[in-house]
Design a protein around this ligand. Structure first.
Ligand SMILES: NC(=O)c1ccc[n+]([C@@H]2O[C@H](COP(=O)([O-])OP(=O)(O)OC[C@H]3O[C@@H](n4cnc5c(N)ncnc54)[C@H](O)[C@@H]3O)[C@@H](O)[C@H]2O)c1
Length: 458
C-alpha cells in the first residue's frame, strides 16, 4: 500500500511538472538553452528567438559566443537578419558559462560526435556538455540530446550523469533524444519544415520534448524510446552511405566495361516512378555525418558479436574513391610530356559538397593529400567558400578568382566539388584536361574530349 501511494505521488509529481512545462510552451514563456552553437545548434537557437522565445546559447568557443553577443552570424545557413533581430530584442544571448542552464526550462545538447584516428566513436563532447548541464539540473527541466550517436548513449551515458543529482528522468526531470536532420545548403528543407523524431526515456519525457520542439517545428514524430531515435538517425545516414557506395562501385565497373555511362544509367533508372531513388557517384563522401556516423553503429555492434557488413563494405568503397580519382588525375598527367612532380593540378571546389563552406572530412582534401604523397608539388585550388586549409603542415590558399589564365596554367583541372557559381563553359573551354568527378560539365562539354568524367565508361 505504502509503495503504491509513493509511486502515485511520484506520478503526480511528474504530471505536475509536465503540466507546468506544457503551460509555459502554450504561452511561449519558457527559456531555452542550446549547448553547442555550430551548424546544428545555432539555427535551432535562432529559430526559437524568431518565435519570440528567450534563448541562452552555451559554447566552449569564446569567439562564437562573442560573435552572437554582437548579433553577428558565422554560419552560412543561418539568416543573419533573424540572428541580429533576436539579439537586438534581447531574446538571444550566449555564454561560455553553463550556469545559465539554471534559467532554462529546456536544454538542447548539439555538440560534435567525431571519431578517433582509429574510427571509434568519441562521445567525450557529449559527456562534458552533459556534465555542464548536470551541474544546474532542476526539477521539471527537459534535456534533449541532438548529437548523432550510437544506441543507448542517452540512457547509458547521459542519464547516469544527470542522475548523479539524485533526480530521476520521467519523475523529476525529462530526458529525450531527438536527432537533427538539417541539410546545410538545402534551400527547400530547413529547421522549421523538416519533420523530426523524438524518443523520451518515459512517455512524459517524450511528451515534454515533443511540446518544446513543436514550438519551432511543424511536424514532430514521437517514437517509443531514445534508442529508437538513435538508431533511426543512423539508419538515415547509413542508407545514404550504402547507396552512394553502390553507385560508386558501379561507376568503377562502367569505366572497366567501357561504353556505359553511369550518369546516364542513373538518369534512366530514375524514370521508374516507384521503388528507385537516385544516388550519384563522386570523389568520396565527407562532412560530419555520412562518413562518421556509420562507424558509430559498427563499433556499438561489436559488443553484441555482430559485424555490420553493409556498413563496412560501403565505407570501403566510398573511402577508396579519392584513390580512384588520384589514379584518374595521374593518368591524365602521364598522357602529357611532363613529370608527375612538375605537373600543376588545380582542384575546383574543396568543400565537402556543393555550395557549402564546410570542409570537414572533404574528399578533396584526401585527393590533395594523396597527390602530395606522390610528390606532386604544384597543387592549387579555387573555392569561393574556403579561403585556405592545411594538410600535413602545408598551407593551401585559394586562387582569388577563376580566370582563363588560372585554368590554362594547370596541366589537369579537377572538379572535386560542383559549386553552382563555377563557369563550367569557361572551365571546359580554357582547360587542357578536366577530370570531372561530379558530372558538372555535362551541359557544356557534350562530347568534348578534354573532359574525363568519372564513370563514363570511356
Ligand atoms: N552539420 C550537420 O549537417 C549535422 C546534421 C545532422 C546532425 N548533426 C550532428 O549534430 C551534432 C553537432 O554537429 P555540428 O555540425 O553542429 O557540429 P559543430 O562542430 O558545427 O558545432 C558544435 C559546437 O559545439 C561546441 N562544443 C564542443 N564541445 C562543447 C561543450 N562541451 N560544451 C559546449 N559546447 C561545445 C563547439 O565549439 C561547436 O561550436 C553532431 O553530432 C553531428 O553529427 C550534424
Amino acid at each position: 500500500m505504502a509503495a503504491m501511494a509513493k509511486s502515485r505521488s511520484r506520478n503526480n509529481n511528474s504530471q505536475t511538472l509536465l503540466n507546468s512545462l506544457l503551460s509555459k510552451t502554450e504561452s511561449g514563456t519558457l527559456t531555452i538553452g542550446v549547448v553547442g552553437l555550430g551548424y546544428v545548434g545555432l539555427p535551432l537557437a535562432v529559430e526559437f528567438a524568431r518565435k519570440g522565445i528567450r534563448v541562452h546559447g552555451i559554447d566552449v568557443d569564446a569567439k562564437k559566443v562573442a560573435s552572437i553577443n554582437r548579433g553577428k552570424n558565422y554560419i552560412q545557413d543561418v539568416n543573419s537578419e533573424w540572428l541580429r533581430e533576436g539579439f537586438k530584442a534581447g531574446l538571444l544571448t550566449a555564454s561560455t558559462d553553463f550556469s545559465v542552464c539554471a534559467e532554462c526550462d529546456a536544454v538542447f545538447i548539439c555538440v560534435p560526435t567525431p571519431f578517433t584516428v582509429n574510427k571509434d566513436p568519441d562521445i567525450s563532447y557529449i559527456i562534458s556538455a552533459t556534465e555542464g548541464v548536470a551541474a544546474s539540473l532542476k526539477p521539471g527541466q527537459v534535456i534533449i540530446l541532438k548529437s548523432t550517436t550510437f544506441p543507448n548513449t542517452t540512457e547509458g551515458y547521459v542519464q547516469p550523469i544527470l542522475e548523479r543529482s539524485g533526480m530521476k528522468a520521467g519523475r523529476d526531470y525529462f530526458l529525450a533524444f531527438s536527432p537533427e536532420r538539417i541539410d546545410p545548403g538545402n534551400q527547400k528543407w530547413h529547421t522549421g519544415n523538416t519533420p523530426i523524431v523524438v524518443g523520451g526515456v518515459t512517455k512524459e519525457c517524450t511528451e515534454a520534448a515533443c511540446a518544446v520542439n513543436k514550438l519551432i517545428i511543424d511536424k514532430v514524430i514521437p517514437v517509443s524510446s531514445p534508442k529508437v531515435g538513435e538508431m533511426e538517425k543512423l539508419l538515415e545516414n547509413i542508407f545514404r552511405s550504402v547507396n552512394i557506395a553502390l553507385v560508386n562501385e558501379l561507376a568503377q565497373l562502367c569505366d572497366r566495361i567501357g561504353g556505359i555511362n553511369i550518369w546516364e544509367v542513373v538518369e534512366a533508372a530514375s524514370t521508374k516512378p516507384f521503388g528507385f531513388m537516385p544516388f550519384y557517384p563522386g570523389p568520396g563522401i565527407g562532412g560530419h555525418c555520412i562518413l562518421i556516423d556509420p562507424y558509430y553503429l559498427s563499433w556499438a555492434a561489436r559488443e553484441y558479436d555482430f559485424v555490420t557488413n553493409f556498413i563496412t563494405l560501403a565505407a570501403e568503397v566510398n573511402e577508396s574513391m579519392p584513390f580512384y580519382v588520384r589514379a584518374m588525375i595521374e593518368r591524365e598527367i602521364a598522357r602529357q610530356p611532363i613529370r608527375l612532380e612538375d605537373a600543376t593540378v588545380l582542384l575546383l571546389g574543396v568543400a565537402f559538397k556543393r555550395d557549402v563552406d564546410d570542409l570537414r572530412h572533404s574528399p578533396a582534401l584526401k585527393v590533395a593529400e594523396l597527390l602530395m604523397q606522390d610528390n606532386v608539388r604544384n597543387i592549387e585550388y579555387y573555392d569561393p567558400f574556403i579561403s585556405s586549409f592545411v594538410i600535413n603542415g602545408r598551407k593551401f590558399t585559394s586562387k582569388k578568382e577563376l580566370t582563363p589564365e588560372v585554368l590554362r596554367a594547370a596541366d589537369v583541372v579537377v572538379i572535386t566539388t560542383d559549386h553552382s557559381a563555377f563557369d563550367y563553359e569557361m572551365i571546359v573551354a580554357e582547360s587542357k584536361v578536366v577530370v570531372d568527378t561530379r558530372n558538372a560539365c555535362k551541359p557544356v562539354s557534350g562530347e568534348k574530349s578534354n573532359v574525363v568524367l568519372l564513370g563514363d565508361g570511356r
